[in-house]
Design a protein around this ligand. Structure first.
Ligand SMILES: O=C(O)C1=C[C@@H](OP(=O)(O)O)[C@@H](O)[C@H](O)C1
Ligand SMILES: C=C(OP(=O)(O)O)C(=O)O
Length: 676
């Protein structure tokens, strides 16, 4: 996950390949609650691991359910094991639960806990305290439950008081409004079987039910847990007497169909990458129980070519530009946001109707989409329950900094704007908001996208100038990959040793082959070789000797050039060394040549060594550095010198923070983002 302040997407041009998507949020949280209410164990396969499911799991654990995550079960199949309460609280009758911004946790738990007879406090993030729950509370109070609002009436936080089952009024139908969120009805359907052991319970929906397919998911999963609800259209639901949650033993979670919408749109917008047949999605397909699978119909109407099978979808670009759409999107409220960005690539204005619920989700999504689409240059019209978007012609796109309102879907759908024909970069602010349902969204996207070019910042300079510290920090703040080219020979020497190869000419070809495929990463100050931190191993005297021996082998040097170039991956690279800007990445859009006086560098090195208990003198270090500088600058092959277009940075009198800020400032000057 990118937990940077922002993530810059360079212009993207093609896409292709296979993605496996994480589990459905709506299925995961329903299954977790049902498993918690049932008796015995339920094994949940492919459960979503994200903020929304984590708050649900934490709440269930607090309520006394046994929750065993894949890591702790040791299950090779990666399942999560839930041991349920069997329909009644056990030892724990009181808890304060934090439910983040998960509507699928807050609403169903409110209903279930109101019927279980304990004292509970339910809270969330500030936005959750602005998302309505009054219609659900009204329905529960009608039934005899006791619930207080701890903040604004109609909104969380809530306090739930215990009531005895025999005091509940179950004879009359329970009326609930269905026109603000379908989750209120879902919550009642999931929880009321707790009270239906001896008596049939009827729920009546008041007002037109929205987001109906989500109620279908609820009914489907209740059936899997042994509860067969009868329904009369969308207005009357009956839970038969004698209902009892029965674990299916093991249950599989499909991949998330709303998350699939971004990749379906990607296949519709991006020309297929050479050698691929567009985008293939695995984990969810035509037979999905999730309503958002009907996004496929909308994408087809806009021109996408989509074929599907059980558990897979294959998407290719068809009509281009896309065909404008006028759609009642009430049945796919979440995925419809993706259509909002696809509309920019259409042949006329697109209208999404009947989406008033957008206003009470993670943010006011109608206003948020309009504001951010306008930043890209689009003309947008909105009303209480619709949005109309004019497409953007080539030559009219603007580079924009997209505010994401802590709304995962805003972040995800706007990433698709990076395919604009004007090659404008797109900045996504607070990219970690995708953690609500899809923590690795951007990594998954990058794995199937081809950029026009991957941005590189090269930082070259003499020894002890602090380039490693500077480069690693710049990379961290930008979310870019980091290449410490100075470590490559040492790692190659170590890898050769570990493969049982003496670093000499007779093993040159074999060592070059190893060097070319080194599974190497530089993350958070660590040098990871195949996931293992080898930082200490490569800094020994013996490793230094091996490094200098492998560096004398021409085939190894050539392989390492290729390896270095392969670090240039989305979303970007910061590379430090001696010839990054001059030889390896001569087209880097920002080149920095970092220096500091020999006196300052000697002093830094001195402090470093003394703190490690190594005794040296300042004078000898300084003389040594000066001699190395002279050698480096005057050698005939790849002498250490700034690239002609490099910016010179002398950090003698600067703190690390100051030099990082300077480099970022240069970088931002090169980026034409409109401020947010
Ligand atoms: O029940 C569910 O799993 C959901 C129902 C929908 O909400 P509304 O019914 O409030 O539209 C949807 O937007 C949400 O992401 C998940
Ligand atoms: C509306 C959403 O979430 P929630 O389940 O919190 O309602 C969503 O995921 O788009």
């Amino acid at each position: 996950m990118f937990d940077t302040e922002f993530l810059d997407l360079p212009p993207l041009v093609e896409a292709g390949g296979t993605v496996r998507l994480p589990g459905s949020k709506s299925i995961s949280n329903r299954v977790l609650l049902l498993a918690a209410l049932a008796e015995g164990e339920t094994l949940v396969q492919d459960l979503l691991d994200s903020d929304d499911t984590r708050v649900m799991l934490a709440a269930l654990a607090q309520l006394g359910c046994r929750v065993e995550l894949p890591a702790s079960t040791g299950n090779t199949d990666g399942a999560t094991r839930i041991t349920g309460l069997g329909g009644a609280l056990k030892d724990i009758r009181q808890a304060e639960l934090f439910l983040g911004n998960a509507g699928t946790a807050m609403r169903p738990l409110t209903a279930a806990l109101s019927l279980l007879g304990g004292e509970f406090e339910l809270r969330g993030v500030p936005r959750m305290h602005e998302r309505p729950i009054g219609d659900l509370v009204d329905a529960l109070v009608q039934l005899g439950c006791e619930i207080d609002y701890l903040g604004n009436p109609g909104y969380p936080p809530l306090r739930i008081h215990p009531v005895a089952q025999e005091d509940l009024h179950l004879d009359a139908p329970i009326r609930v409004r269905g026109d603000v969120s379908s989750q209120f009805l879902t919550a009642l359907l999931l929880a009321l079987p707790l009270a239906a052991r001896e008596q049939t319970i009827t729920i009546e929906v008041v007002g037109e039910l929205i987001s109906k397919p989500y109620v279908e998911i609820t009914l489907n999963l209740l059936a899997r847990f042994g509860i067969a609800i009868e329904r009369d259209g969308w207005s009357r639901f009956t839970i038969p007497a004698g209902s009892r949650y029965r674990s299916p033993g093991s249950i599989h979670v499909e991949a998330d169909a709303s998350s699939a919408s971004y990749f379906i749109a990607l296949g519709a917008i991006a020309p297929a990458m050479t050698g691929t047949d567009g985008i293939r999605i695995e984990g969810v397909g035509g037979d999905s129980i999730q309503g958002d699978i009907r996004f496929v119909e909308a994408a087809r109407a806009m021109g996408a070519q989509i074929v599907s099978g059980p558990n897979w979808l294959q998407i290719r670009r068809g009509a281009w530009p896309l065909t404008a759409i006028d759609l009642d999107a009430n049945h796919i409220p979440d995925a419809a946001m993706t259509l909002g960005v696809m509309a920019l690539y259409a042949d006329g204005p697109s209208t999404l109707r009947n989406i008033a619920s957008w206003r009470v989700k993670e943010t006011d999504r109608i206003d948020a989409m309009a504001a951010e689409l306008r930043k890209l240059g689009a003309e947008v019209e909105t009303g209480p329950d619709f949005i109309r978007i004019q497409p953007l012609a080539a030559g009219t796109w603007r580079a924009a900094s997209i505010h994401t309102y802590d709304d995962h879907r805003v972040a995800m759908c706007f990433s698709l704007a990076a395919f604009n024909p004007d090659a404008r970069p797109v900045r996504i602010l607070d990219p970690k908001c995708v953690a609500k349902t899809f923590p690795d969204y951007f990594e998954t996207l990058f794995a199937v996208c081809k950029p026009a070019t991957v941005p590189v910042i090269s930082i070259d300079g003499p020894t002890a100038s602090g380039k490693g510290t500077l480069a690693a920090e710049v990379a961290r703040q930008l979310g870019y990959h980091y290449l410490d080219s100075g470590a490559l020979y040492r790692v190659t020497g170590l890898a050769a040793r570990r493969a049982g190869l003496e670093p000499n000419e007779s093993n040159e070809t074999e060592i070059a082959r190893i060097a070319l495929h080194l599974p190497l990463e530089f993350i958070r100050g660590q040098v990871l070789l195949d996931g293992e931190d080898v930082g200490d191993d490569i800094r020994t005297e013996a490793a230094g000797m091996d490094a200098s021996r492998v560096s004398a082998l021409p085939a190894v040097r050539a392989a390492l050039v290729d390896l270095q170039k392969r670090f240039r991956r989305l979303p970007g690279l910061v590379a430090d060394g001696r010839d990054m800007g001059t030889v390896i990445f001569p087209d880097a859009p920002l080149k920095v040549f970092l220096t500091a006086s020999a006196a300052h560098r000697a002093e830094r090195r001195y402090k470093q060594l003394i703190s490690k208990g190594i005794s040296v003198t300042l004078d000898s270090l300084r003389l040594d550095l000066e001699a190395r500088d002279a050698r480096d600058m005057n050698r005939s092959t790849a002498p250490l010198k700034p690239a002609e277009d490099a910016k010179l940075l002398d950090n003698s009198e600067q703190s690390v923070v100051q030099s990082v800020d300077q480099v970022l400032q240069w970088w931002h000057q090169a980026q034409p983002f409109k401020s947010s």
